[in-house]
Structure formats: structure tokens, C-alpha cells
Write a protein that binds this ligand. Sequence first.
Ligand code: ADP
Ligand code: ASP
Ligand code: MG
Length: 408
Amino acid sequence: MKSKLIVQKFGGSSVANTEKIKNVANRIAAAKRLGYDVVAVVSAQGDTTDELEQKALEITAKPPEREMDMLMSTGEQISCALMAMAVSHLGLEAISFTGQQVGILTDEIHTKAKIKKINGQRIRKALGQGKVVIVAGFQGVNADQDITTLGRGGSDLTAVALAYSLKADVCEIYTDVEGIYTTDPRKVKEAKKLREITFDEMLEMASLGAQVMQARSIEVARRYNIPLHVRSSFSKEEGTMIVKKTNKLEDIVVSGVTCNKNEAKITIRSVPDKPGVAALIFTEIASAGANVDVIVQNVSEQKTTDISFTVPKPELSKALAAAEKIAGEIKAGEVNSDKTIARVSIVGSGMRSHQGIAAKMFKALAAHKINIEMITTSEISISCIIKEVQVDAAVQALHAAFELEKIQ
Ligand code: ADP
Ligand code: ASP
Ligand code: MG
């Protein structure tokens, strides 16, 4: 009978040092000894990726993106070689591969490439020979065979994409916490581990700042309905299943609180209030390559408006330059930016069918004297832009207000 295939992904903190690599090797070996064919995807050790990025920034503020990918992908190459050695040392046959060697083909967009195709030939062959396969996460190659990377947190995507392409029976994401919690368990001690969460909720939480899973990996898992088991590499406890539909009779109204400190706000004052002006502004910002998110327009009586919007902090300088240029062209007033803001969000599928959730959120923030600067909603989330210094208090307040510590 053909063995079942398991894809296991181990994050940076799970492979941060020799002892941890040996711990992970033991888990991989245990799965193999249970009779699984094992493909393990590994991230760079600890803070390696950040350190590599820092080295580049010490040389130039704007490193060429192709060279950034050459550099950033090396962290995973180290981990996969060490992991293959550690598994071999346990008496199993193991082989490590880079993204290129297993044929992870991507588009041309360096530093956030999209996977186009996986030619898993070498993986299948090695599995057929009884070997444990260790794959370097976060990387692929473009049509010119240049190394590309899949965006920060991209090893999650490597694992999900391999699980899909190899038709794995199980996909496990091992990390440094025991699963997906109602909020970051390192920040809020009342955070509760969820037994299950839907792809939709996880995607929303990831997009709104919960670091634990890369948002793009959840999009792929949702598209191909690949259930993910997120669990700790340091304990045997069951973690959280990310699935299409949970077993709950009714959706939980609010299942998580997230925050994102990586946004900044730009305001253009005295914008002429006439048709086509917003289109001009946001076309300019988009062509500068900045991703605009929350937009708020305050209508005034003098035929002008103030327009505020948020962008990711790393894109602030290019967005600001574009905003200043277009403000001059349309004869708007001054342009300001504010890096001291953050976003706090609540997420839950049950919001689709419950009223009064926004009111409860605003009340909880008000009770803690937290001023809301901007608001945005989706079908299953509500976000408020507030002052960054208040965001940790806001997360605590919302976690308590929605009694998330009581979630079963
Ligand atoms: P890895 O190195 O395994 O990829 P990450 O550092 O990317 O791990 O993600 C795990 C971290 O995500 C946890 O240590 C935790 O602090 C953070 N986190 C944020 N929000 C949540 C959440 N809702 N549930 C679990 N962990 C969360
Ligand atoms: N090492 C990469 C990062 O830190 C990819 C990953 O860990 O998933 O973003
Ligand atoms: Mg991660």
C-alpha cells in the first residue's frame, strides 16, 4: 500500500539553534517511523532573515531586488542542509533541496514572487527511494532561473503549495505557540487557543496583522481546500485546525483581535471637491507602487475636502512623494503624514449575521479613552485606526469586551 504523505513546515524559532534543529529532526523521524512519506519545509534560523536584510541596508538604502532575493534565500538553504544532516544522524536517509532544485517556478516579481508551477519531480523520486525530503522554504526561481522569494513569512506558502502539488494527506505548520489564539498569546495572557478556525477568518486575521500565518498561504489553502494543522514544535498537544467550515452549530461572532503597527497615515488638505479628483490622487499613489488601504474623506462647506488614507510604513516615503506631487497639480493644500498610528481589528464569521458589534467595539475603546481616527469594515471584520501608543491597551480592552477568554 502507498504511504500517506505528510508536509510539515517548521518556522524560524523552531530551528533557531542546534538543539532545536535536533528536536525538529526527531519529530520528522517520528512521522517517518509512523509510516508517512515526509516532506519538511524549513525557514531560516531565528532572526536570520532580518539580519540578512540589515546587512543589505548597511550597504545601500535601496538594494537591487534581485540581489536581495539572492541574499535572503540563503537563510533557508542553511537550515535545510543542517536539518538533512540532523535527520540522517538519526539513522534515516534524508536529502535537502532548494526551491530551484524542486522546481518551484515563480513569476518575475522579486521579493514577493507568486508561484506559477511546481515541478516536484525530484521530491517524488527521493520519496520513492524512501528518503525524507527537506525543502528550503520561502524561495523559488523565475523563468531566467534567478532566485525569487515569496514575501515575508513565505515558508508557510511553500508548505501549502507543496501540500497541494504533491496531493499530501496532511499539512502541519509547526511554530513557537500551540496554535491560533484569540489574540497574540505573547501579548495577552488571557488569549485562548482556538480548536478550529475557518480559512476566511484566518485570512482576515493574517491580513490584519496576526503574524502567525502568512496571508497568501491561507489564500492558497482556501482556494484548494487544504486543511492546515497549526501546532507547536515544542509540545505534543493538538493545535488549531484551519478549515473551510467549523463544526460549530453557529459561527462565533468575534473569534479574534489583531493589531498592525506597520501602517502610516497621509492626509491631503483642502482637496477641490469635484468629480475625478480622487481618481487622480489614487492613480498617482498607485503608480508610485504604494498600496493604499483605509481611505476617509471629510466633506467641508468650502467646496474642498480633506482626504486621509493609510499605506504600509515601508511605502510611506514613495506614497508621500506621490501625494505631494499630485496635491501640487490639483491645487490642494498641505500634505501631512503620521507614523504614530496603528490598526486594531476584530474578526469573526458571525459578524455577518449579528448586529451591534461595531457599537460594542467603539464603546469598549471609548471606555479606555482611545480615540478612533478612521474606521473600516469588511464582511467579517471591523478595524479602527488609533494612536500606536494605545494599541496594546486597545487589544486588551477588546479581548475583554467580547469575552474571548471564554471561547470554547
Ligand atoms: P514562525 O517562525 O514559526 O513562522 P512566526 O513568528 O511567524 O512563527 O509566528 C508565530 C508568532 O505569531 C507567535 O510567536 C505569536 O507571537 C504571533 N501571533 C500573533 N497573533 C497570533 C495569534 N492570534 N495566534 C497565535 N500566534 C500569534
Ligand atoms: N525566513 C523568511 C522570513 O523570515 C520566511 C519565513 O520564515 O517564512 O520571512
Ligand atoms: Mg512565520
